[in-house]
Design a binder for this molecule. Structure first.
Ligand code: HCA
Ligand code: CU
Length: 394
């Protein structure tokens, strides 16, 4: 088994709300939460209910849906936020406060001892007021913090005995998989807590970092639909699922309802007023499109030659691009068969040569291919027929 038991904390409705283009109405949030629940994410994280009256109301609305996914709220390490989170009735509360030199100098201005005191106060308050709530504490910007500082904080919080898990956050998307592995592994050895990983994608490692965290013993991974979040966002749900699928396909198929992923990606893109990116994991335009003759030939024989994900598992199908100069006779034959034209292999080769010649002159479409095929059938010499037979066949 390449990784241990894990849970997805989808934070489209928190981190995702921090994406520059995001505005979620209550109805949007309900639709997204219901689809995430159908997909099977174990947690849905919502915006801090102290942000605005509407945010608090929306937490309650989502809780009333009675989803299987646990509903958690994400708050700053403040008494008032904590009280509002408890008041919301959320099943989990995720608190964050960092100790990086940047935050110490330019943001909250607290030194390590003051961070520990503040966290201890807020976390103990929550535990006292809401004994059953699932509690998490995360140090923001973990990877640009001094190793000694973050471990002082993590060990102090773990010793309090009030949190279920500790969060490791690559807030600015700068960590490498090796760093993530070492940090999570060390934390796992030194504390009793579960570990959550939250990774931004500024330098393209969010999916790899989530996998590194998992391999090091992380139990919870944060994702958002399409990866939306601050700046370029965080680990995308679809990319993370694709990553794990090739490592343990049966587990991923059992654990999640994969066919809901295309609907989720489309829904969130539509709510944002954007397209699903053309190169998106699993659901992008190109995800299961095969083009070059060498590829199409092999894929038509055995798709796994050029596919590591089976589109059918996601309720999708592959496509073979036929109309272009890289095309091959297998692709043209596929098209001729689709049109019900009985051409011999030699004829298909000749039509393929015509199609390629045309595609060298200008971009072509499937209509051009169809026309070349039909023209061939019309213009070829009539087949010799038995005497007394019809001669108008074509
Ligand atoms: C932020 C906070 C956060 C929190 C992550 C966490 C981050 O918006 O800056 O609670 O683990 O990236 O650090 O999203
Ligand atoms: Cu974040």
């Amino acid at each position: 088994m390449p990784f241990g038991p894990f849970y997805i904390v989808d934070t489209t409705l928190r981190e995702g709300e921090q994406f520059v283009h995001a505005y979620f109405t209550t109805d949007d949030k309900v639709r997204i939460a219901m689809a995430l629940d159908r997909f099977g994410v174990e947690y849905i994280e919502l915006t801090n209910p102290a942000t605005s009256p509407k945010s608090l109301e929306d937490v309650r609305t989502i809780l009333r849906l009675g989803l299987r996914s646990k509903v958690v709220v994400h708050i700053r390490c403040h008494r008032d936020d904590a009280l509002r989170a408890i008041e919301s009735g959320a099943q989990g509360i995720s608190v964050f406060l960092g100790v990086s030199p940047y935050l110490q100098r330019f943001s909250h201005g607290l030194d390590v001892e003051a961070v520990i005191d503040r966290a201890a106060e807020v976390l103990s308050l929550i535990r006292a007021e809401a004994p059953h709530v699932e509690l998490r504490f995360s140090t923001e910007d973990t990877f640009r913090s001094r190793w000694a500082d973050i471990f002082r904080v993590y060990l102090a919080i773990d010793r309090l005995g009030v949190v279920h898990r500790l969060g490791v956050a690559d807030t600015v998307g700068v960590a490498t998989p090796w760093q993530v592995y070492t940090t999570v592994r060390t934390l796992r050895r030194m504390t009793r807590a579960d570990i959550e990983f939250h990774g931004h994608d500024d330098t393209g490692c969010a999916v790899a970092n989530a996998l590194a965290a998992l391999r090091a013993g992380a139990t919870h991974i944060d994702t958002t639909v399409l990866g939306i979040g601050e700046r370029v966002g965080i680990t995308p749900l679809g990319g993370f699922i694709a990553r794990l699928y090739t490592l343990d396909r049966d587990l991923i198929r059992r654990k999640y309802n994969l066919a809901v992923l295309p609907e989720l990606d489309r829904m969130v893109a539509e709510i944002l007023g954007l397209e699903v990116p053309f190169n998106n994991y699993v659901t992008g335009l190109g995800a299961f499109a095969h083009k070059a003759g060498v590829h199409t030939k092999a894929v038509l024989h055995h798709p796994a030659v050029y596919e590591v994900l089976d589109p059918a598992d996601f309720g999708l199908s592959r496509s073979i691009a036929v109309a272009h100069r890289l095309t091959g006779w297998h692709a043209i034959k596929l098209r001729a068969d689709e049109l019900g034209l009985g051409l011999t292999d030699e004829e298909i080769r000749q039509v393929t040569a015509q199609v390629k010649a045309l595609a060298d002159e200008r971009p072509i479409t499937i209509e051009d291919v169809d026309e070349a095929l039909h023209r061939w059938v019309q213009e070829r010499a009539p087949m010799p027929v038995a005497s007394g037979g019809r001669t108008d066949g074509g």
